[in-house]
Structures are given as structure tokens and as C-alpha cells.
Write a protein that binds this ligand. Structure first.
Ligand SMILES: [Zn+2]
Ligand SMILES: [Zn+2]
Length: 267
């Protein structure tokens, strides 16, 4: 089974792929299944761009292509929802089992945007990393309406720092990440391996292999793989390499979802 569980169509303000182009490309690559996971970021902190999706219209559009390509590929109704502590209620309301799969992602922390750099103002590199992890922990302790946490250590990308120290080498970061992973595991939620991470230093997905190793050691089993593609070229990029590394770590299955229920596939 070959699947890509993190793909953005034109419903995301930062993607130019039509849903049709995306599905066609996935069929061409021989994928068995994809999840379309466009952005829904409630109260996003950068006013110059809006990441909100009309759910009804979006799901209807996915259904159209489920029909069109039903003989070639399974297309799942996913969403990538931006999580923040002050919008739990709104996020819960938006998520329903109309969706097959929900990526809970952090694009902001402490009411500040990560992508445009606002969050980092006034923090040193490690202060920013630690504050980010604290806010992730707070969310996973209090909010459950997601399937997997997206690109857990995304902070490494947006910090734009020249060096990328291994987060787990810092005692405070290690303790926070361990707590985050334990909460996710105890609540039967999962992690995604996001291969867009290689665009940072070429060596690791998001989260890093070190963090994935820790997740495995702690008993984590729910794991999806996604390219976070905003264009056709990135779909399934480096998947073979990533899956072989996951096997080395000890994972022997990957997860897909239907109506928010996990399904496991041997790798
Ligand atoms: Zn994201
Ligand atoms: Zn994404």
C-alpha cells in the first residue's frame, strides 16, 4: 500500500494545485490512497492571508473527485486544522466524522505567527523552542479532536536559525517532548511523519528521526506519512527512504484513517 496523507489543493490559500490536478498526479504515481488535507486555521495571527474553508463546499468537492477517480484511487476527506489554546471550542465544532482524517498542526504559538517570524521576536533560539513546546503540551493535554499531530517540531523550520541542534539533546526540550508524546499515546492519538522536513536540512522529516525513535520507544503506534505537498513535484518525495528509516527504528506499520478510525498497514 502506498499513500500520502498530507496534501494541499487550491482550497489552501498557499497552494495552486486544483483538486483535480492533485488527484491525477496521485493516480499517475500509482498511489493506493490519499488524504486531501487543506488548511483551516481559525483566528490565524497573520491578517494578510486567510486559511479558512467552507466545510460543506470543500467536502462536496472532495466527493466529486472520489467519484471521478473511484476505480483508480481512494481519496479521503482530510483537514489540517491549526490548533491554539483559545479556540478549542471552535475547532471541536468544525471537526465531525464527515472527515476521515484530521491533522492537528501548530502554525502559531502564544498568539503569534511562526511562519512570518512574529513568534520569535524577543526570544533566543532555545527560549523560542521551549516556549513552543510548552504551548504544544498545553494543547495536547486539553484538546483531543484530531487524528495525528502534524509536523511536531516545525519550530526548527520557521526559526530560520543557522544551526539546527537536536532538540532532544536539551534536557528541558527532551522532557517536554517526552511528555507531549506520552499524552498523545495515552489518548490514542498519533503523529505524522512529514517529509517536507527534508527541505530544512536534507536529513530529517518532521519530526526528526530522533523524536520518532523516542515515540516508538514509548509505545507510539499510530503513524501516518505525508508530503505536505503544495505542488505536484513534492508528492511522495523521499517516501522510500523515510519508510526504510522507520523500519530501522522498529516501526512495522503505517496508519490510514476512515471516519476518524485508524487502520494499520504493514510496511
Ligand atoms: Zn502545516
Ligand atoms: Zn500542510
Amino acid at each position: 500500500m502506498l499513500f500520502d496523507y498530507h496534501l494541499h489543493s487550491q482550497f489552501s490559500a498557499d497552494s495552486e494545485m486544483t483538486m483535480d490536478q492533485l488527484c491525477q498526479a496521485a493516480v499517475k504515481l500509482g498511489l493506493d490512497e490519499i488524504a486531501i488535507t487543506d488548511h483551516h486555521d481559525i483566528d490565524y495571527q497573520d491578517d494578510t492571508i486567510e486559511f479558512l474553508i467552507d466545510k460543506k463546499e470543500y467536502l462536496k468537492e472532495i466527493e466529486k473527485f472520489q467519484q471521478k477517480y473511484k476505480k483508480q484511487i481512494k481519496i479521503k476527506k482530510g483537514i489540517e486544522i491549526g490548533l491554539q489554546p483559545h479556540i478549542y471550542k471552535e475547532c471541536r465544532k468544525y471537526i465531525s466524522d464527515d472527515f476521515d482524517f484530521v491533522i492537528g498542526s501548530f502554525h502559531t504559538a502564544e498568539h503569534a505567527d511562526l511562519y512570518n517570524g512574529d513568534f520569535f521576536a524577543g526570544y533566543s533560539q532555545w527560549e523560542a523552542y521551549i516556549q513552543y513546546l510548552k504551548s504544544v503540551l498545553e494543547v495536547v493535554q486539553n484538546y483531543d479532536d484530531y487524528s495525528v499531530i502534524g509536523h511536531l517540531d516545525i519550530i526548527r523550520r520557521y526559526g530560520d536559525f543557522e544551526t539546527q541542534p537536536e532538540l532532544l539533546k536539551n534536557k528541558e526540550a527532551f522532557d517536554l517532548i517526552k511528555q507531549i508524546l506520552k499524552v498523545i499515546i495515552n489518548k490514542n492519538r498519533g503523529l505524522e511523519v512529514n517529509t517536507s522536513g527534508y527541505r530544512i536540512d536534507g536529513k530529517n522529516p518532521l519530526p526528526s528521526f530522533e523524536i520518532l525513535k523516542l515515540y516508538h520507544q514509548l509505545g507510539g503506534e499510530i503513524l501516518t506519512i505525508g508530503s505536505d505537498s503544495h505542488n505536484i513535484e513534492d508528492i511522495t518525495k523521499k517516501f522510500d527512504y523515510t519508510i526504510s528509516r522507520l523500519k530501522e527504528i522498529g516501526f512495522n506499520q503505517l496508519t490510514t484513517f476512515a471516519h476518524l478510525e485508524p487502520k494499520f498497514h504493514k510496511i
